[in-house]
Design a protein around this ligand. Structure first.
Ligand SMILES: *Cc1c(COP(=O)(O)O)cnc(C)c1O
Length: 224
């Protein structure tokens, strides 16, 4: 199916989830995750009107960066090694995987202007997942005030591999509470208004619970 058709289906589902929860589809930004697909497919995504693209490796970002004629807004969504920061920093607008001070320090050092970051949270406590435990997020974010080039746009999470809708919904809801708590701290460097959560399998639940950025690969640009 071409990206345009997939985007049509996605938009219908976004609308449905928004209708169910009294939200406005305009408040949801779709990040098309192109990590599995070719440069040509990424170009097709741009032509379909998607201008936020996400990659989780510096190699993938480089290749698509070079190839695409029109420049999208790039999101770095994967775990990020500090030594890779210099390779990506001039290409990306958002980094979704800030989870430690050493990384914040490196971003701060390499960036020439403030970078919008999402602090990654391990909301399910699953051992294999990246991110900070929820109880450490507030103090971590307070401590980021020392870095001039870090702006905390919001929180990001990934769900564990489970199908239990009620359990997933509970995790998304906890993320919304945590985001609200941080926003209410009124920190100048951390407006924290955004929630990056929801992927191909669970974006409707994520939207119903407050996601403002959804990161969708397979269901949107998957080559099937
Ligand atoms: C791959 C990936 C996605 C997209 O996953 P799909 O299931 O293909 O939609 C979203 N977020 C992150 C961090 C990813 O690595």
């Amino acid at each position: 199916m071409d990206v345009r058709d997939k985007l049509g289906l996605l938009n219908e589902k976004i609308k449905k989830a928004c209708d169910a929860s009294g939200r406005n589809p305009e408040d949801i930004t779709v990040v098309a995750v192109t990590k599995y697909v070719s440069n040509e497919r990424a170009q097709e995504a741009l032509e379909a009107g998607l201008n936020h693209l996400g990659e989780n490796r510096d190699e993938g970002l480089d290749s698509k960066w070079e190839y695409l004629k029109d420049k999208p807004v790039w999101h770095f969504i994967g775990s990020l090694q500090s030594r890779k920061v210099k390779n990506i920093i001039d290409k990306v607008t958002y980094i979704h995987s800030l989870d430690r001070h050493s990384l914040a320090k490196e971003i701060d050092k390499r960036a020439e202007k403030p970078v919008s970051c999402f602090v990654q949270v391990n909301i399910s406590g699953e051992e294999s997942k990246q991110g900070l435990p929820p109880q450490e997020v507030g103090s971590f974010i307070e401590g980021l005030s020392q870095y001039e080039n870090i702006k905390v746009a919001g929180l990001m999470t990934m769900m564990p591999n489970i199908d239990d809708e009620a359990e997933l919904r509970g995790y998304f809801r906890k993320m919304k509470h945590l985001q609200t708590e941080i926003a209410e701290m009124n920190l100048k460097h951390a407006p924290c208004q955004e929630l990056s959560m929801g992927m191909s399998n669970d974006f409707m639940i994520a939207i119903e619970e407050g996601a403002t950025f959804i990161r969708v690969g397979t269901a949107l640009v998957g080559e099937d």
